[in-house]
Design a protein around this ligand. Sequence first.
Ligand SMILES: NC(=O)c1ccc[n+]([C@@H]2O[C@H](COP(=O)([O-])OP(=O)(O)OC[C@H]3O[C@@H](n4cnc5c(N)ncnc54)[C@H](OP(=O)(O)O)[C@@H]3O)[C@@H](O)[C@H]2O)c1
Length: 328
Amino acid sequence: MTQDPQIIFSLRNDHVRKVSEAALIEAENSGDPQAQPASNSEPRLAVQRTAMITGAGGLLGRSMHTRLEQSGWRVVPFTHPELDITNDVEVQSTIERIRPDVLINCVATADVDRCEVEPDWAYRVNEKGPESLARACRLVEAEIVHVSTDYVFDGSKTGFYTQEDEASPQSVYGKSKLAGERAVSTQNDRSYIIRTSWLFGAGGKNFGSRVIEYARNGAALKGVKDQTSIPTYAPDLAGRIEEIIDLGIHGLYQVTSTGPTTWLEFARLALDLAGLQEVKLEPVTRASLDQRAPRPQNSAMRCLLSEKLQLPPLRHWKDALKEFVERC
Ligand SMILES: NC(=O)c1ccc[n+]([C@@H]2O[C@H](COP(=O)([O-])OP(=O)(O)OC[C@H]3O[C@@H](n4cnc5c(N)ncnc54)[C@H](OP(=O)(O)O)[C@@H]3O)[C@@H](O)[C@H]2O)c1
């Protein structure tokens, strides 16, 4: 196992307590049926947990909300207009008022190129905001989930990046996200840092989420052929985040769907699955797009901690994409 201190994990005390309580309920319920009144089939110690979500109006924020609500959590979502995470005073007072068991920070500066020209904004949202959230959570003894990115890697590796690889971001976006990871884990040792890559799903503003819509609107489509990572389906990521919270093992995770690919291959399959086989997709290089922010050429990730915890891999992005397109 790695020497990276962020991967050394700790078991929550209250997790141990909850597991013991659950075991107790099970033991009680599995006894002599005569000892259990027939009407008393509800678990007696079930406690509804509260999850606060910031960035709740975004792609992952909405998937997280749906997922946790379906699982019986009390969910308190905050969209950007409802809570700006760069407002430290508002952050403190809101978290003190809600007193969540866990806060899930799904805020993003979606525009990677804008970060390059507005670094102050990028660091405010990606580092200072998460730092305030993590500090306020510590003060009310709440856990925090902070979502980060594969863009913390420089992209020069052949093969999968693990937590043992040095993070060496090339863009302001990647640097500010890495600073955010570090700020959160420094402020709150009950934190889960979840790096992910190439999110897609209903309502996202990114290329992966909107390629079918662009095609239906007659846009000329280009697919980058020389950048590799793993498209990750937001609802699947949300499910995994819930599992990680339930396990209660804090640390640095790298959670993606399965199977590296290019945007070109992803977009082609999305169009084909949507019955848009006739739509042309021009293969291009990333460099030809002349974008401000450098992107890692390869940022496919593996998660050593998930493997150690025997969390099964998420399904292949192609299977998730099929489900997504069917729902579009
Ligand atoms: N999308 C990807 O491909 C991708 C890849 C790797 C990692 N990630 C990470 O995954 C997480 C979720 O990304 P996503 O794709 O779900 O992003 P998203 O769809 O762009 O949603 C982000 C949300 O954050 C809100 N927001 C922005 N600034 C805020 C602020 N100062 N205070 C409060 N809310 C603010 C946005 O509101 P407005 O729209 O009103 O500004 C938006 O609703 C982020 O941590 C991101 O870095 C994403």
